[in-house]
Design a protein around this ligand. Structure first.
Ligand SMILES: [Zn+2]
Length: 510
């Protein structure tokens, strides 16, 4: 049964693949080198993970098993303001240091050289690269909380233009993360205009997904309006009970903007918990400057921070809703809630959080239950939403699986099918369209549809069996039900098992 990505009803057919392209669909009697019996299985275009963070993990291990077992054949990397190219100035040493943990040399500077490294490294999935605004600002302005000068803005625009020229697909922002958060709307409009010139996309982790969510969506719409850029609102949701229901308003705003002709879409992951740095709990004023400065401010204003955190938690979801994910120096805390750790230590939860941040040099992540099921269903059902994992690729039994993580890493795509298609909230055809044609169209890829001439990225799965297996307490579990996965005409999964093929392409927008 072919679910072709268009959203149209499934139909029965044979599919012939020639090299890396789909050659023919219908009743086919031609002889082939290899046959796949897909009887009783669904054949769909390979899933496109519109919100991935695999830019580094793919270099560490290109197998991307956590993704391919979900049926993903293309990943859009460099999201939320963070990419690995282009590198210049202070970022060279910084990235070099990050790579040391993985014993990787830093052998690129510009985006063209980065793509060359990706090609040499090979990958199980196709890779799309966005340029991180956070990276550009760190390179040019540093960590200072101020507007960019005209000269600095010109420099960021030039860096971005070169990267787009070399094949990057657009710009990503992470507007809650400093120093991305220090950018004015005007700065973002200027940069978005450069992206529009190359027909790229602007993906945005909004300035607020909580109390100021509506204003943040309005800002994204203004950016679309003033630059004519194609906008993708990342992992759309309303965080914190007091904000639940706000997506009704934001989706309506997006809808109205779309009716005015703006290309604004969004994505989501099908879970009720978020995952980000634990430092995201801290007040805005604490940031600015280098990490040491932030930590010093944390120590100098200890009681004030504790009071702030307690006040926020009493207003929002409590400490029992926050799980420590990655904590390099406190492996025994991983997977526990802040409340559980506090009980163990006989300490106050807020103190545990602040002390953990200091001990981990701010680099610790959390999983936080803060989204409502009703909101998730709303976002899932609109016809302009896509699916993303918001995660790096992981491979069990390797360095990429040695820390706790959010189950979305391993389960997002099958979970949409298992939970929301099988319960009839959305049809399989519509769900598949969100995972394939919609993101492909947004990016301008010749993928995401089952049509002659399109690249042969196909996922073949058992509709009964497909499901996510990763849980909050046990996230490192591959999804099941994908029987075959084909990337550019090559089998990556056969009979439910990943092969060693690395047939993904580095996709460039030029
Ligand atoms: Zn994000």
């Amino acid at each position: 049964m072919v679910v072709d990505g268009t959203g149209q009803a499934r139909y029965q057919a044979d599919i012939a693949i020639d090299h890396d392209k789909i050659a023919k669909i219908g009743k086919i009697n031609t002889k082939a080198h290899e046959y796949i019996n897909a009887e009783n299985l669904i054949v769909a275009p390979g899933f496109i993970d519109i919100h991935s963070h695999s830019e580094l993990s793919t270099l560490v291990n290109p197998a991307a098993s956590s993704k391919v077992y979900q049926g993903i054949t293309t990943e859009v990397t460099g999201n939320c303001g963070s990419s690995l190219a282009p590198l210049d100035g202070p970022m060279v040493a910084k990235v070099k240091e990050r790579l040391v943990d993985y014993r990787l040399p830093l052998s690129w500077r510009n985006t063209r050289e980065y793509f060359e490294i990706l090609r040499q490294n090979k990958s199980a999935t196709n890779l799309v690269t966005l340029i991180g605004h956070g990276l550009l600002r760190q390179t040019v302005v540093g960590y200072r909380n101020r507007e960019a000068t005209d000269i600095e803005l010109e420099r960021m625009k030039a860096m971005l233009a070169q990267a787009l020229e070399e094949g990057a697909y657009g710009l990503s922002t992470g507007l809650i993360y400093p120093p991305s958060s220090y950018a004015s709307t005007e700065e973002l409009v200027s940069l978005a205009k450069v992206v529009a010139k190359y027909d790229g996309i602007y993906t945005t982790h909004l300035r607020s997904e909580g109390d100021r969510l509506v204003a943040a969506v309005k800002e994204a719409i203004i950016i679309a309006q003033q630059s004519n850029v194609k906008v993708q609102i990342s992992h759309h949701k309303a965080i914190g009970q007091q904000n639940w229901g706000k997506v009704n308003q934001t989706l309506e705003l997006i809808n109205q903007a779309r009716e005015r002709g703006l290309d604004i879409t969004c994505d989501f992951y099908p879970y009720l918990a978020t995952s980000t740095g634990l430092s995201a709990l801290l007040p805005d004023w604490i940031f600015g400057g280098q990490k040491e400065e932030v930590i010093n401010r944390l120590k100098d204003n200890y009681q004030q921070i504790i009071d702030y955190l307690n006040q926020e938690r009493s207003r929002q979801d409590g400490w029992e809703q926050i799980i420590v994910a990655e904590a390099k120096n406190h492996k025994d805390y991983e997977g526990l809630t802040i409340k559980e750790i506090a009980q163990q230590l006989n300490q106050k939860p807020a103190e545990v959080a602040v002390e953990l941040l200091i001990a981990e040099n701010l680099s610790t992540s959390m999983i936080k239950f803060s989204i409502s099921e009703a909101d998730l269903r709303k976002v899932l059902q609109v016809d302009f939403s896509m699916v993303g994992t918001d995660a790096i690729s992981r491979v069990k039994g390797t360095i990429l699986a040695n820390s706790h993580c959010h189950p979305r890493t391993y389960g997002s795509f099958p979970r949409v099918i298992d939970r929301y298609v099988k319960s009839n909230l959305i049809s399989l055809e519509k769900a598949i369209k969100k995972m394939t044609y919609l993101p492909a169209k947004k990016l301008g890829l010749q993928r995401g549809l089952i049509e002659p001439g399109y690249f042969a990225d196909l996922v073949i799965f058992d509709l009964e069996k497909i499901k996510d297996c990763a849980t909050y307490s046990n996230p490192h579990r591959y999804a099941v039900g994908v029987e075959f996965l084909i990337v550019n005409g090559n089998l990556v999964i056969k009979d439910g098992k990943q092969l060693s093929n690395l047939s993904g392409y580095v996709l460039t927008n030029n």
